[in-house]
Design a protein around this ligand. Structure first.
Ligand code: DGL
Length: 265
């Protein structure tokens, strides 16, 4: 047996599972520790100072406990704020998740792009700088959603979520003339890792078809590049799931697809 690298994937809740699933597909040789900081969820409702004061010391405890070879911050609300702080304090490599504004603007034909994120993410200077640097002349609409991450958590936990509740959060993304495909939004950036959990519902409820940009595959490629080629020989890889609230989850079979078929301990 070769020893496999440990990848720690961190989010405020279950949204980071949408990043995890791509990373696991790219690197099945790794051992995974998924941490949901659900005791502090939702991050989108906290002030910037509170998130920094929460995440930086918590990450120190997690690194000490799990000795990861790499950490993925699978949360836009945290990455757009704490990545620089984490890199200043800890030597482990961090891969963040930030709004995919550059590829979205590069591919938009109508030059109208919407960025759907938490209220925290759309307020961040980091996000505004991405627009300044990479909008490439597109009109970018920032949509701060107060509730969509919580709705996605509830949906994954098996609760019924109404179309109306989702549409309230989604509608502001659709800008321009609904009857003119050349003069309306054609690209929506999913700038919160929770939202791909609802992608089928978002597609069904959208007033017109758009391209939905999920950065998870690009993050998985970056992780794989940083890790280098997998060690040869069978790896000793498993998966663990940790909730900071210490709750035990009742999601077993619903979670295994995100872990590449492994049942997390
Ligand atoms: N999953 C997180 C993100 O990507 C946000 C959810 C929250 O508000 O905690 O932004």
């Amino acid at each position: 047996m070769t020893s496999s690298p440990t990848i720690l994937v961190f989010d405020s809740g279950l949204g980071g599972l949408t990043v995890l699933r791509e990373v696991v597909a790219a690197r099945p040789d790794a051992h995974y520790v998924y941490v949901a900081d659900d005791a502090f969820f939702p991050y989108g409702h906290h002030d910037e100072d509170e998130i920094i004061a929460r995440v930086v010391p918590l990450m120190g405890e997690l690194i000490a406990a799990h000795d990861p070879g790499l950490v993925v911050i699978a949360c836009n609300t945290a990455s757009t704020l704490v990545l620089s702080h984490l890199r200043a304090v800890y030597s482990v490599p961090f891969v963040g998740t930030v709004p995919a504004i550059k590829p979205a603007c590069a591919q938009s034909k109508t030059r109208r792009v919407s960025v759907l994120g938490t209220k925290g993410t759309v307020k961040r200077e980091y996000t505004r700088a991405l627009i300044r640097d990479f909008s490439q002349g597109c009109e970018v609409t920032l949509v701060g959603s107060p509730e969509l991450a919580s709705l996605a958590e509830r949906a994954l936990s098996g609760q019924a979520i109404s179309d109306r509740d989702i549409l309230t959060e989604l509608s502001p993304c659709f800008v321009g003339d609904p009857d003119d495909a050349a003069a309306r939004t054609d690209t929506v950036v999913l700038a919160c890792t929770h939202y791909p959990l609802l992608l089928d519902r978002l597609k069904t409820l959208a007033p017109w078809p758009v391209d939905w940009i999920d950065p998870a595959p690009a993050i998985a490629r970056r992780v794989s590049d940083l890790l280098g080629p997998p060690a040869s020989g069978p790896a000793e890889a498993g998966a663990e799931m940790i909730f900071t609230s210490r709750r035990t989850h009742a999601l077993g079979p619903a979670l295994t697809p995100f872990f590449g078929g492994r049942l997390p301990a």
